[in-house]
Design a protein around this ligand. Structure first.
Ligand SMILES: Cc1ncc(COP(=O)(O)O)c(C=O)c1O
Length: 398
């Protein structure tokens, strides 16, 4: 393959870095690589080097890179109609909403463009519901260490001070309690409380799986106290745990569920599902220009089709176990997770360094902090890919 075919462009990595630093806001630290092509579980940089991608664009590309079904759906739809807005009825959006409800629980759907936006919808629903049903209650209890997005309301919901501090004061109405601690939720509940908002498995902080009864207990408490249960399935949803949604692993249904990331198979789309009890938004209450446009909804429908047709949920359970074994075999501590969301922890602060070494070895992982490494590969990862991953991950160890 020629260099031009590989790059689809004309800039070297160094030139991209220079432009990036000059013209893009420097809001995050990038790893020293420019990917120019992806195919299946592999990424390729501007020099043609191949990488086994165990991060899938932060739990997004569940079918791997440029899956033909997604590409075709996007191309075909783009030839016909790209954007109209929420002012008009939209074919694919209606189909996708029905599909999501069939996969999840009886509910109605708001489609938008990202995870943070989906959680904003959930928060707005909770507040409106509180006015109607709980005498103006508006406080949402969420977990310390959680991650719900980067808008002002969603960093307020996020239980990590580092994301809030530069932007204080935070919007009012968010209370944080330790994760996997039902008593803490009970103790934080008062007449102002309207909802509990949780990730069924914590993602961003390093794949924290709560005890099996936690969500059941929270559901029961919400029922007893007449509170809404909001589950943020933005990272856990769309098959990553071996079920369509992680709450299905424990048989607990939320009143509101938020999705994004993997929903569009790589295209930007988010969704908020609300059960009839929480379906309180009315005309004028919320809106989005792009949300759920014909192209991204076509991609989402194609993605769901492939997950079903190729029995990827069963595959995730099977290969997820192999992935777990491979991580345990690395000999570090606390190899953990469910399905294809996994992590392990170093005894010393070497995760950031390891992430770079792994990349040099040809495998993409993510350091969630100084100690822990997370992997969230495409769901199509094969047993052979896991063998290759194990080899590369070992090679990157000190
Ligand atoms: C659980 C969870 N909620 C919300 C978000 C925010 O999603 P987005 O970056 O699409 O706004 C993320 C992103 O990492 C997430 O993992």
């Amino acid at each position: 393959m020629t260099r031009n075919e590989m790059t689809h462009g004309h800039l070297t990595h160094d030139e991209v870095v220079e432009l990036d630093h000059q013209y893009l806001m420097q809001t995050g630290k990038r790893l020293p690589v420019t990917f120019v092509r992806g195919e299946g579980v592999h990424l390729y940089d501007d020099r043609g080097k191949e990488y086994l991608d165990l991060m899938a664009g932060i739990a997004v590309n569940i079918l791997g890179h440029c899956h033909p079904a997604v590409v075709e759906a996007v191309v075909e739809q783009s030839r016909q109609l790209i954007h109209t807005s929420g002012l008009y009825y939209q074919h694919n959006a209606a189909l996708l909403a029905r599909r999501l409800v069939q996969l999840a629980f009886p509910s109605r759907v708001f489609l938008n463009n990202s995870g943070a936006e989906s959680n904003e919808v959930a928060i707005k629903i909770a507040r409106k519901w509180g006015k109607r049903n709980r005498d103006g209650a508006y406080e949402i209890i969420s977990a310390l260490g959680s991650f719900h997005g980067r808008t002002l309301a969603t960093i307020a919901a996020t239980g990590q001070e580092k994301y809030q501090k530069p932007f204080a004061p935070m919007p009012d109405g968010f209370v944080h309690v330790p994760y996997d601690d039902l008593d803490a939720i009970k103790a934080a509940t008062n007449e102002r409380t309207v909802a509990v908002m949780l990730e069924p498995i914590m993602g961003e902080i390093g794949i924290i799986v709560p005890s099996p009864d936690y969500l059941k207990g929270v559901r029961q408490w919400c029922d007893e106290q007449n509170l809404l249960l909001i589950l943020d399935e933005i990272q856990t949803g769309m098959g990553r745990t071996g079920r369509w949604f992680a709450h299905q692993l424990v048989g607990v249904e939320p009143d509101i569920m938020t999705l994004a990331k993997a929903l569009g198979g790589g295209l930007p789309i988010g969704a908020c599902l609300a059960k009839p009890r929480a379906d309180v938004l009315e005309p004028g209450d919320h809106g989005t220009t792009f949300g759920g446009n014909p192209v991204v909804t076509a991609a989402a429908l194609a993605t769901i089709d492939v997950v079903e047709r190729e029995h990827l949920l069963e595959h995730v359970v099977e290969v997820g176990d192999l992935l777990q074994a491979a991580l345990e075999d690395l000999g570090q501590t606390d190899a953990r997770g469910i399905g294809m969301m996994r992590a392990f922890t170093f005894a010393e602060a070497r995760a950031k360094d390891y992430q770079v070494k792994a990349m040099e070895a040809g495998v993409i992982v993510n350091a969630v902090d100084d100690y822990s490494i997370r992997v969230e590969p495409p769901l199509i990862l094969s047993a052979n890919d896991v063998d290759q991953a194990a080899e590369l991950l070992k090679k990157a160890l000190p």
